[in-house]
Design a binder for this molecule. Structure first.
Ligand SMILES: C[S@@+](CC[C@H](N)C(=O)[O-])C[C@H]1O[C@@H](n2cnc3c(N)ncnc32)[C@H](O)[C@@H]1O
Length: 457
């Protein structure tokens, strides 16, 4: 009747169904197997009787081909005997299982479950086969009843299709064939497709990936505001730099005005209390002088380089010691604060040099403050007689050059050279003739120069 299916050994090891599949044995099996076969036949008889009496339709979407086929045989083919029917079913099953071995055990289990659910009335009491059938049913139920019907159906369906490579959503050629014994009715097929679609849609995301907006764009809406671009940052940096420069310029003009409008003692205190102000002032000064066609200190250095390098030079208000860096002469550098290690910090009204100890005294743009007379008298003191006094000053500071020159002459100097050609500064060379010719109380109005005030640009 039932032939030993080739898939029994190769079938997936579903533990609960192992016993059920073991019941199916070939006719040529040993006596023990024959007994089992008889039990199974008895079960089949009982089930057959039940199916004939009840004509229970298959559950939509869970129809079993074997059952339908058996039903068809019973209804339309006027089977000669149950045994032959069973044999035929077994043959067909074998044929199918040779093709679709991996999942037939599920199909079998389903059949068992279905039989159990039908609760077929026994033909003549509960036989051993029926008992076994019930047990199998219980075993199967305990293992599989929690499985969703759809998935069971899918399993059955898959068991009919040849391999997993076939798309389960598409009908297999076998199931599509109208002549096949496994052909579903049109309604069954529609139901199945509908169920599959339902199942698919249940777990499908609301939008397909194509419809869904790109992840990046979602994240874009969640991320904090876009950071400033390079151009924005550079613009902000440039603005910051410009504002800083303007602030520094304002402070430079303020300091510059202080230096011109008060005595040197005040300037000395200013830079002592705020050394940074000195740095700031000199940064501002350097910015201004760069705009000039010629830095006067370079002109003075050029002159000095044409003289003996042995001449001792005193640079009053040396700044960053540019002069000392430009000549080979020994240079005493004096200033209110130090930008260079060579600087002697002091008020140039009183420098720490011996009387008549230097050959050249230089004031390059440094006649600041209201006590210019003090500076010139100090230079006269340290200069050797016949020594050279060189003055470079902003041209706009002079209202009357003659009165200036007259006042300097009264302080023990003689003008030997003047250069009024430069647009920005005047250059004067004096020679020391001797000590000042006027007393400390004499008025030298020619020494009152205009402050050099820088305009705001
Ligand atoms: C405009 S800067 C010129 C710096 C340098 N001579 C040059 O031409 O590059 C004037 C300098 O004179 C300095 N100065 C002004 N009054 C001074 C004083 N009473 N004693 C010492 N240095 C003074 C200032 O501190 C400043 O460094």
């Amino acid at each position: 009747m039932f032939e030993e299916p080739e898939w029994v050994e190769a079938a997936p090891a579903i533990v609960g169904l192992g016993a059920a599949t073991a019941q199916v044995r070939p006719a040529t099996a040993p006596p023990v197997k024959g007994r089992k076969r008889r039990h199974l036949l008895a079960t089949l008889r009982a089930l057959e009787a039940a199916s004939l009496s009840q004509q229970t339709p298959s559950l939509p979407g869970s129809d079993s081909e074997e059952e339908e086929e058996v039903g068809r045989k019973k209804r339309h083919l006027q089977r000669p005997s149950l045994a032959s029917v069973s044999k035929e079913v077994g043959k067909k099953r074998k044929g199918k299982c040779q093709k679709q071995a991996p999942s037939i055990s599920d199909s079998e289990g389903k059949e068992i479950r279905r039989k159990c659910h039908r609760q077929a009335p026994p033909l003549g009491g509960v036989s051993a086969g029926e008992e076994k059938g019930k047990r199998k049913c219980q075993e199967y139920s305990s293992l599989h009843l929690t499985q969703p019907l759809d998935s069971v159906d899918q399993t059955v369906h898959n068991s009919r299709t040849s391999t997993a490579t076939i798309d389960p959503s598409k009908p297999s050629p076998e199931s599509m064939s109208p002549n096949s014994s496994h052909t579903l009715s049109r309604k069954q097929w529609r139901n199945r497709q509908k169920n599959k679609r339902r199942h698919k849609n249940k777990f499908r995301p609301l939008q397909t990936p194509e419809q869904a907006p790109p992840k990046a764009s979602i994240e874009e809406t969640e991320v904090p505001p876009v950071p400033k671009s390079d151009s924005q940052e550079s613009r902000a940096g440039a603005l910051r730099a410009r504002m800083t420069q303007r602030l520094d310029g304002a402070r430079f003009r303020y300091l510059n005005e202080q230096l011109y409008s008060g005595p040197s003692s005040a300037a000395r205190r200013l830079f002592q209390e705020d050394p940074e102000a000195f740095l700031l002032y000199h940064r501002g000064f350097q910015r201004q002088v760069k705009k000039w066609p010629l830095h006067p200190v370079d002109r003075i250095a050029k002159d000095l380089r044409q003289k003996p390098a042995s001449l001792v030079v005193a640079d009053f208000g040396c700044g960053d010691c540019r002069l000392a860096s430009s000549v080979r002469n020994p240079v005493h550098c004096f200033d209110l604060a130090s930008l260079d290690p060579r600087v002697t910090v002091c008020d140039m009204a009183q420098v720490p040099l011996e009387d008549e100890s230097v050959d050249v005294a230089v004031f390059c743009l440094s006649l600041m403050g209201t006590n210019i007379r003090d500076f010139l008298e100090e230079a006269n003191r340290v200069l050797k007689t016949g020594g050279l006094l060189k003055v470079a000053e902003v041209s706009s500071r002079f209202e009357d050059i003659r009165t200036f020159l007259g006042a300097v002459t009264k302080l023990g100097f003689k003008i030997i050279y003047k250069d009024l050609t430069n647009s920005h500064f005047f250059l004067f060379d004096f020679e020391k003739t001797g000590p000042p010719r006027v007393g400390p109380k004499a008025q030298l109005s020619g020494l009152k120069l205009q402050p050099c005030l820088y305009k705001r640009r």
